[in-house]
Design a protein around this ligand. Structure first.
Ligand SMILES: [Zn+2]
Ligand SMILES: [Zn+2]
Length: 118
């Protein structure tokens, strides 16, 4: 498959997260093929529904496995997004870093409850 990387996600619409409507930051691609940013995934999918926010596919066991293998982020897609929109990614990462600690803290607290349920 030889497609120039810049062209695949050259269009911002295709690299946009359906949850926050911003550029996909560290995209997590679910088994259904939908992608959301890692921090949107942590905040919505993992903490609340364990379903894809778009098509409602249950991703709980998939998410558990990916988390365990530390392979939640779709690194290929993330690289494409960064290549296509370096400036936007940089700005969002700076923004994200400020709120990230709070999310990590919240998800740790929550993941205890989740693993007890399963
Ligand atoms: Zn997002
Ligand atoms: Zn989906």
């Amino acid at each position: 498959m030889v497609v120039p990387k810049e062209r695949i996600y050259g269009d911002l619409e295709e690299a946009r997260c359906p949850v926050c409507s911003e550029i996909l930051l560290e995209p997590v691609t679910m088994p259904c093929g939908h992608s959301v940013c890692l921090h949107c995934f942590q905040r919505t999918v993992k903490l609340i529904s364990l379903c894809c926010p778009l098509c409602r596919l249950r991703v709980s066991s998939w998410a558990r496995r990916q988390s365990r293998e530390k392979s939640l982020v779709n690194t290929d897609l993330w690289e494409l997004v960064r290549l296509s929109h370096p400036e936007r990614c940089r700005r969002r990462l700076e923004q994200r870093d400020r709120e990230f600690e709070i999310i990590i803290y919240a998800s740790r607290k929550r993941s205890m409850t989740v693993s007890q349920l399963q």
